[in-house]
Design a protein around this ligand. Structure first.
Ligand code: AMP
Length: 117
């Protein structure tokens, strides 16, 4: 359980680290990224400590669905839904994952290039 004790997003979920929280329920948490890469940059994280996509179990299917539903809810509530937005999961260090707790980046408010950097 040491991972959970030290995990920055678990600490946010438990209120031990302050964050600008947009949505919280028993399954998922949405809050503004501390280092935004776009005018809107929200993180959606499961309350359960799941390190990455490989750690998602069959029993977590509902949580994963709820992460996407939370992204949509944030897009509606912050009124950027009709402007388009990008969802990103950096899975693993080579892909840019720094925090080993599964999270969905929700980015909006500017144009996005493709391929991504
Ligand atoms: P990743 O590189 O995909 O692991 O993304 C981790 C994200 O978490 C980065 O965009 C960070 O800016 C963000 N982050 C790290 N610590 C915090 C925090 N305490 N509150 C909000 N966002 C954070």
């Amino acid at each position: 359980m040491a991972d959970v004790e030290e995990c920055v997003f678990c600490k946010v979920a438990r209120g031990k680290i302050p964050a600008y929280i947009l949505h919280k329920d028993e399954h998922v948490l949405a809050f503004h990224d501390i280092n935004p890469q776009a005018p809107v940059h929200v993180l959606i994280v499961p309350i359960k400590h799941i390190t990455d996509l490989e750690a998602i179990g069959a029993e977590d299917a509902d949580i994963v669905a709820r992460m996407f539903q939370a992204a949509r809810k944030v897009a509606q509530e912050l009124r950027f839904e009709s402007n388009g937005y990008r969802l990103v999961i950096n899975n693993g260090r080579p892909a840019g994952q720094i925090v080993p707790h599964l999270h969905l980046h929700v980015l909006s408010g500017r144009s996005f290039g493709w391929p991504p950097g």
